[in-house]
Design a protein. Structure first.
Ligand SMILES: *Cc1c(COP(=O)(O)O)cnc(C)c1O
Length: 485
């Protein structure tokens, strides 16, 4: 996949299509000076070097990575047209592509009948689901776990819907006893279940929430913005394609998910709605989320009449079933092209997720065996959480765990040679002691290290990553405390 070639092909195809409409004069107001462009472009690319190297496996921090070259080529080819998927008038070709990819996402989720569309983000997808929840269950609260994405509380505030927070268990998953107790009071009309939390990658037991919620007549929304594509690994056959691309250590067993995790992901099929972000684990550039509803009838909540946009078709427009107006048609084209080449099957896109999952499992084994690192909890998907071990075999002290974790992160990213980029997650003293009963809780909260291994290349780079992080953790034993943070 030579990016330069396919970008060129996109430009050629656009020019060829455009030429069919005949020559026309370009306006002088649009002209830019070549020399000025040279200077400005130089400045742009120089400033972009101020980014972190998300593309490299030495970046093992936040949920970030570049799009697949196929997605970039598809996006660029369609961006030349710049269609708007709000309405068929704005994007007839890319709206059709959007309907096709939504169909594929619905197939992966296990939705039979469905209504859905792409969104500009997971937050927007969740907002639409919460909006439909409010309209379907007026006057009730939304239950979310304490580990749910922070935007649920924000969007509920926006919608004027009260939020009820459900505590989590010692692995960061929604506590079923607490949820039962809450639902029995009748205050909540909807429960948001996160299948893959952003901080820990914990998967709420959705397969157990669904029957409970049904008993109380409560709606279920799955926030699978990050974890949704792991559904591809939830059917048992999870080895993924190797194609000689891995180093041979990769075996099918390690890619597998825990039975509870797999069951939870399969239960997405029974939810009233689900949000999935192709711009997280679907190899897409930012600007691509998705929301799906199991009941196509919820379209009635979106009804509106636009005086100027719907004139070309009697078919329902994507804009009639979404809250956003303008939306990138190129985002649909990019996803459409990506799924042509890496379809939503275990051997397609699933192989990409399987590699990250194997890397997470393998790293947690190495961390377990290391005298310099301690696991915070075992990875349920591809997020590894850990912290520098104490120098003597004494129980972890929260204040030191936080300082040492931040020390490792800062030293790693500021290293002149062999930098490594990690992130930290804040955890409460209660959450920490739930995992380490012997911990000394000398602070209300602390920070642990967190690495999202969402690039398949992490699997091949793992030994180096581990060595480097171990080295930094070891140095943190003797390192003088840095000031000013
Ligand atoms: C990332 C994320 C969101 C928010 O999605 P955006 O696309 O960043 O707006 C919501 N929920 C979960 C679980 C996420 O990981």
């Amino acid at each position: 996949m030579e990016l330069e070639y396919w970008l060129g092909r996109g430009v050629d195809a656009f020019r060829e299509w455009a030429s069919a409409y005949g020559e026309f004069a370009t306006h002088t107001s649009m002209a830019v000076d070549e020399a000025a462009c040279e200077v400005a472009f130089e400045e742009l690319t120089a400033r972009l070097r101020g980014s972190y190297p998300f593309f490299h496996p030495c970046y093992a921090g936040q949920m970030l990575k570049p799009p697949h070259p196929v997605a970039i080529a598809g996006y660029a080819a369609a961006m030349l047209v710049n269609s708007n998927n709000h309405a068929l008038d704005g994007g007839p070709a890319t709206s059709a592509m959007e309907e096709e990819v939504v169909e594929q996402l619905a197939g992966m989720a296990g939705f039979t009948a469905h209504l859905g569309h792409l969104t500009s983000s997971g937050t927007q997808a969740n907002l639409e689901a919460l909006f439909v929840a409010r309209e379907s269950r007026p006057g009730t609260a939304v239950a979310v776990s304490a580990e749910a994405h922070y935007t649920h509380a924000r969007m509920c505030h926006l919608l004027g819907v009260p939020v009820q927070t459900v505590p989590v268990d010692a692995r960061g998953r929604m506590d079923m006893g607490e949820l039962d107790r809450l639902l029995s009071t009748g205050v909540a009309g909807t429960v948001v279940v996160t299948t893959g939390t952003t901080a820990l990658g914990a998967v709420d037991p959705l397969h157990r929430v669904v029957p409970l919620a049904r008993r109380y007549g409560v709606r279920v929304h799955a926030d699978a913005a990050y974890g949704g594509f792991f559904r591809l690994l939830a059917d048992g056959r999870t080895d993924g394609r190797t194609n000689g691309r891995t180093d041979g250590r990769a075996d099918g067993r390690r890619a597998s998910l825990a039975p509870e995790t797999a069951a939870a992901l399969r239960a997405i099929a029974q939810c009233d709605s689900v949000a999935i972000d192709p711009h997280k684990h679907g190899l897409q550039p930012y600007g691509c989320g998705a929301v799906l509803f199991g009941d196509p009838d919820v379209a009635r909540f979106f009804r509106h009449d636009s005086p100027y946009t719907y004139f070309t078709s009697r078919r329902p427009h994507l804009g009639e079933i979404s809250l956003e107006c303008s939306r990138s048609g190129a985002a649909a084209a990019a996803l459409w092209l990506t799924l042509k080449l890496l379809p939503l099957i275990p051997d397609g896109l699933g192989a990409v997720l399987a590699a990250g999952r194997r890397a997470a499992v393998r790293w947690s084994e190495l961390i377990n065996a290391s005298p310099y690192l301690e696991p915070y909890q075992p990875p349920e998907l591809d997020i590894v959480t850990y912290y520098p071990a104490s120098p003597v075999s004494s129980p972890p002290r929260l204040s030191r765990v936080g300082v040492a974790s931040e020390e490792v992160m800062h030293r790693g990213m500021n290293a002149k040679e062999d930098p490594v980029f990690l992130s930290v997650a804040r955890v409460s003293a209660d959450a920490f002691t739930a995992r380490r009963a012997d911990a000394v809780a000398d602070a209300d909260d602390t920070h642990v290290l967190r690495s999202v291994l969402m690039k398949p290349e992490s699997e091949l780079y793992l030994e180096r990553l581990h060595q480097r992080v171990e080295q930094l953790a070891k140095a943190s034993w003797t390192a003088p405390r840095r000031r000013g943070r």
